[in-house]
Design a protein around this ligand. Structure first.
Ligand SMILES: [Fe+2]
Length: 590
C-alpha cells in the first residue's frame, strides 16, 4: 500500500511516502524550492517522493493531509468573531495567510495529483505530531505528549500509544489544551518581543537564555497561569495574536517587561537592556520547562509507562527535552528528527496506514536520512568546470585528507548520501570544523553563518565516546541521537571544546552510532587520532537565510560563497587553492 503524507500551507511544507507501512522517502519543500520555510503546496517534494519510489499518482492508495482544514477555518472564524470588532483588521489577513487555499485542500490535491477525491484523507494536526513521534520510535508502548503553536484547536495534547504483538496499533490522545492557550505561542510571543522572526528565531531565544538569569519568572507567570487541572491558560490582556496581524504582544505585556527590542538593534549583553532581554529569554525558557515538566510528571503518573514520545515544534527545545528526561520520571524520551510541522507529513501517512487502514505494525527506520541523495559526479563536474582542484580518492585516503584538513583548522562542507528530513544536519549535510577554539566559533559565525555571536554550535561525537566528554544522564544517548537534548560538557573538557560549549557549559550534542552515518563515524575516529579528542563541530550546511543544501550544486555554490575550505561528496574532494601571498604595494606597482 502506498500512502502519501502532505504538510503544507503554514510553514515548512513537506511530503512523505509510506510504502507497505515503512517510510520510503520524505523531504521538505524548502530543500527543493530553495525558499527557507517554504509553506507552499509541496509539489516538488511530492514529485521527488514519487519519482524516488518509482511511482505515479495513480499508484497511490491514499493521500493524507496533516490537519483538518475545516476545523482550522472554524477556529479562525470563532476567534475572530469573539474578538470583533478588535479583530476586524486581522481577519482578512488570517483568512489569507493562515488559510488561503487550505480550505480547498481536497480539491487542490485532487487537481494537482489527479487522484480520486475519495482517496484524500485528513488527520488531526496533533494526531499527526503524535504519530510522527510514536510510530517512528523504537518502543512498543509509550506515553505521548505533543506541544506546538497551534494546529486546528489543540496546542498541546497528552495520550498514549501501543503497538501490540499481534501487529495492531492504538494511539489515543486523551486530553488537550486549546487555542489561544499555547506554549508555542507563548514562546513565539517572546521571540517576537525579543526582536527575532517568529517560527525561525525560537532557537535564538533559547541560545540567549543561557546568558540571562531567570529573574523575571514571576512576571512570565502573570501572562501564563497554571490551572487546577494541571493545564495552563494565557492571560488574554497580554497578547494580541488573536486580534492583530502585526503584533503578538499587547501594551500590557510591554508595561510588564519593558520596551521590546528592535530587530535591527544589536544585543549588547553589557548594557542594561541587553541583560533585560537575556533575562526575559531565560525566564520564559524556565517557565516553559517547568510547565512541560509538570504536565509530563502527571502523564508519567497517569500512564505508569517508562517511555515518553514527544512531538510538535516545542520538542525542538533541547534544554526542555533534557529536563523532561532528567526530572519527569520517564526513563526514555523519544523526539523524532522532525518534530515540527514538516514531520507531520510522515506522521499523517503513518497514522493513516496503522489506524485508518489498520495495516499491521512495522518497524520504521531509526534515522533521518529520507531525502535526495547527493551526486558526487555532479560535484566533480561542476567544480572542475569552475577551475577548482578536484580529486577522486578512495575512502581511507579521503578520510585522512579531511581529518588532516580539520586538524589544520580548515572548515569542511560534508555531503554524504541521502539528505536529512528535519531541521538538523545529522551527518549528511553538515559543515564540520575543529571544536577546540572559540576563534573557530567566531569565524563560523562571521564568515559562514552571519549570525549572532551568542548562538552556540553543536558537537558530534561517536556514541562510544560520548560519556567521556559529555555528562549524559541515563537515556541521554537516545535524546542525543537526533541532537534533541542539551547536556553539560564535562568540566575538564570545556576549555578544549570551547567552540561547541555554550556560555552555561552545555552543548546540543549528537551522539552518533556507527550504523547511522558510517562515514562521519569513521571521520570522527580519524580526527580523534590526530587531535586526541574525537569530537567535531557539526552545524547545518547552509548560510544565513538559505535552506540546508540538498544537491551537490547547492553545496558547491555555498562553498564558493563563504569561508568553507574543503568540500566533500562521496569520493569527490574539492579544495580551494591556498590564497596567494599578498604582494606589497611596491611589488604590485613595480
Ligand atoms: Fe504543529
Amino acid at each position: 500500500m502506498n500512502i502519501l503524507g502532505i504538510s503544507a500551507h503554514y510553514h515548512d511544507s513537506a511530503a512523505a511516502l509510506v510504502v507497505d507501512g515503512v517510510p520510503a522517502a520524505a523531504v521538505q519543500q524548502e530543500r527543493l524550492s530553495r525558499h527557507k520555510h517554504d509553506a507552499g503546496f509541496p509539489l516538488e517534494a511530492i514529485d521527488w517522493c514519487l519519482e524516488h519510489a518509482g511511482l505515479t499518482p495513480a499508484d497511490l492508495d491514499a493521500v493524507v493531509f496533516y490537519e483538518r482544514s475545516m476545523l482550522k477555518l472554524e477556529r479562525i472564524l470563532v476567534c475572530s468573531l469573539r474578538a470583533f470588532p478588535r479583530s476586524w483588521r486581522s481577519f482578512p489577513h488570517a483568512m489569507r495567510n493562515s488559510l488561503g487555499e487550505k480550505v480547498w485542500v481536497r480539491g487542490i490535491i485532487a487537481s494537482y495529483l489527479g487522484v480520486p477525491r475519495r482517496n484524500i484523507l485528513f488527520t488531526g494536526h496533533h494526531a499527526s505530531h503524535a504519530a510522527a513521534a510514536f510510530l517512528t520510535a523504537p518502543t512498543r508502548r509509550a506515553a505521548i505528549l505533543t506541544a506546538d503553536g497551534v494546529g486546528e484547536w489543540a496546542t498541546l495534547t497528552v495520550g498514549r500509544g501501543e503497538r501490540t504483538a499481534a501487529g495492531a496499533t492504538t494511539l489515543s490522545l486523551t486530553r488537550e489544551i486549546r487555542f489561544p492557550h499555547s506554549l508555542g505561542m507563548l514562546y513565539s510571543t517572546f521571540t517576537a518581543y525579543l526582536g527575532f522572526p517568529v517560527n525561525d528565531g525560537e532557537y535564538k531565544v533559547m541560545g540567549l537564555a543561557a546568558y540571562g538569569r531567570p529573574t523575571l519568572c514571576d512576571a512570565v507567570r502573570k501572562v501564563i497561569r497554571r490551572t487546577a487541572d494541571g493545564g495552563f491558560t494565557l492571560v488574554p490582556e497580554y497578547f494580541e495574536y488573536q486580534t492583530s496581524a502585526s503584533r503578538s504582544f499587547s501594551q500590557a505585556f510591554v508595561d510588564l517587561f519593558g520596551p521590546p527590542r528592535h530587530p535591527y538593534d544589536p544585543i549588547d549583553l553589557e548594557s542594561a537592556d541587553g541583560r533585560r532581554f537575556a533575562d526575559c529569554a531565560a525566564s520564559v525558557q524556565r517557565v516553559l520547562e517547568d510547565t512541560l515538566l509538570d504536565i509530563a510528571r502527571a502523564l508519567r503518573r497517569d500512564t505508569g509507562l517508562p517511555d515518553l514520545c514527544f512531538g510538535g515544534g516545542v520538542a525542538l527545545n533541547g534544554v526542555a527535552n533534557a529536563r523532561l528526561l532528567a526530572e519527569s520520571g520517564f526513563e526514555r524520551v523519544f523526539v523524532p528528527p522532525a518534530p515540527g510541522d514538516a514531520g507531520c507529513a510522515v506522521g499523517a501517512a503513518l497514522y493513516a496506514d496503522r489506524l485508518y487502514f489498520r495495516n499491521p505494525d512495522r518497524d520504521v527506520p531509526d534515522h533521518p536520512f529520507m531525502g535526495p541523495r547527493v551526486d558526487a559526479d555532479e560535484l566533480a563536474r561542476v567544480a572542475r568546470d569552475d577551475g577548482q582542484r578536484v580529486e577522486a580518492l578512495d575512502e581511507p585516503e579521503l578520510l585522512d585528507r579531511v581529518a588532516d584538513d580539520l586538524a589544520a583548522g580548515r572548515i569542511v562542507g560534508w555531503m554524504d548520501g541521502a539528505a536529512e528530513f528535519g531541521p538538523r544536519a545529522l551527518g549528511h549535510r553538515s559543515i564540520l570544523a575543529a571544536p577546540h577554539a572559540v576563534e573557530m566559533r567566531d569565524r563560523l559565525n562571521r564568515d559562514i553563518k552571519s549570525r549572532e555571536e551568542f548562538r552556540p554550535f553543536a558537537p558530534v561525537v561517536a556514541v562510544e565516546d560520548a560519556d567521556r566528554y559529555f555528562d549524559l544522564p541515563p537515556g541521554g544517548l537516545r535524546l542525543a541521537r537526533f541532537m534533541s537534548g542539551v547536556f553539560p560538557v564535562r568540566a575538564e573538557w570545556r576549555s578544549r571544546l570551547a567552540a561547541v560549549t555554550h556560555v552555561d557549559g552545555t552543548a546540543r550534542v549528537q551522539a552518533l552510532e556507527r550504523e547511522m552515518a558510517p562515514r562521519l563515524h569513521a571521520l570522527l575516529g580519524a580526527y580523534g587520532r590526530r587531535s586526541g579528542i574525537p569530537v567535531l563541530l557539526n552545524t547545518s550546511f547552509n548560510v544565513a537565510g538559505e535552506p540546508i543544501v540538498n544537491r551537490a550544486i547547492e553545496g558547491y555554490s555555498t562553498y564558493r560563497r563563504c569561508g568553507i575550505d574543503t568540500l566533500v561528496a562521496g569520493p569527490t574532494l574539492v579544495t580551494k587553492p591556498a590564497l596567494p601571498q599578498a604582494r606589497s604595494m611596491k611589488e604590485a606597482y613595480a
